[in-house]
Design a protein around this ligand. Sequence first.
Ligand code: GLC
Length: 415
Amino acid sequence: MSVHAAHSKLQDKALALLLANRVSGYSRHHSREYAYTCPSIGRYPYQWFWDSCFHAVALSHYQPDWAQKELQSLIAVQREDGFLPHVIFWELGAPRHYWKYLQAGSFLRPAITLYIQPPVIARAALTVFRASGDLCFARQMLAAVRRFHTWLRCNRDPDGDGLISIVSPFESGMDWSPQFDGLFRGALDACWFGPRRLDFQHRLCGHRTERMLARFDVEEVATNSIWFDAQKSLATLAKALGDQAVAEEETCGALQTQRSLLEKCWNAETGAFFSLAGPREAMLGVRTVASLTPLLLDHLSPQQLDCLVSEIEDARGYGTCFPLPSVAVREPPFRGRPRQFLWRGPTWMNMNWFVVRGLLKHGQHDLACRVAQASASAIDRSGFRECYEPHKGDGLGARQFGWSTLVVDMLSLTA
Ligand code: GLC
């Protein structure tokens, strides 16, 4: 089969998956209509924040109107103060997971969680607007996302350095990533009890921001690279709508985030970017795929770009047959085929999407193409899975997993 025919088959399969995972209805619980794509039927029935943003990007290639609905469902539950949750429970009847109780505001009638996920919504809104050209949608998104960004600045940047803090590993979207092992009582605690204990403690203090930050405060490198991209995207959206003031403020915010990432998160000795923990900003020196996401920044020194590119190509780094492993292969916690804790080695398509976009930004077209093609091969081989074993490409975790359809966007960006 020609490459072209193979890609168009992949595109058809991606659309079929996005249609099959679509959920819509009227929530009596929230007193409103909803429409979203669940990450995986059965395993992940709710609406997750960054999953929906990724689904919207993929849907923008086929049905921009549905992509709009997906994002509109997310902002439908925005709190007065601008907060957007990491999970929305539209129906009460769905299976009950522990975090539904611990991470949600209400114990008995959980409606939303009180955590965030990386702020991908501005990028998703801009992508969908470019596909649909719908100005009314763009204005609605600009207002809501602007309020969310303001909430993040006011509540999650206690030291005012332009880097936002997460209060739990779950807020990074990379649950159980070994980046955070050093903050718990060893790897075992980090995998099992630590994050759950933290959920419990956060719940006991009513999810009050200062109390949560006193327990866990990480300026996580992927969340902040995404935050940079988010502010730039919102500035672009604001400019397109003629709102110069918002455009300038978001651009200023982006520049500060970029400056702090470059000054504080870069470790010149090891040649890698790392997350920072606590008010003293201690570096969490485990190389994970998060360390590659500063490729999203506008400015990297030639040395920084060289280090990131050679890590991606190095077989002991991220250069496996089915890149990019979520933990560098040479790192002791790396596990290519974990039974659970899937962010400790396997390859995830959403991270590949960020890295491909970053590589293109820095003129690394060939490498971006290779990562996109390898992503497509993993999917050809194993279907749209939650993640993939990085050497053999075997599928792991949930099946028919929504955000793996981002491959469609990767192929179109690198075509
Ligand atoms: C897992 C992932 C998280 C994702 C969720 C739903 O918890 O770690 O990032 O949002 O599943 O797919």
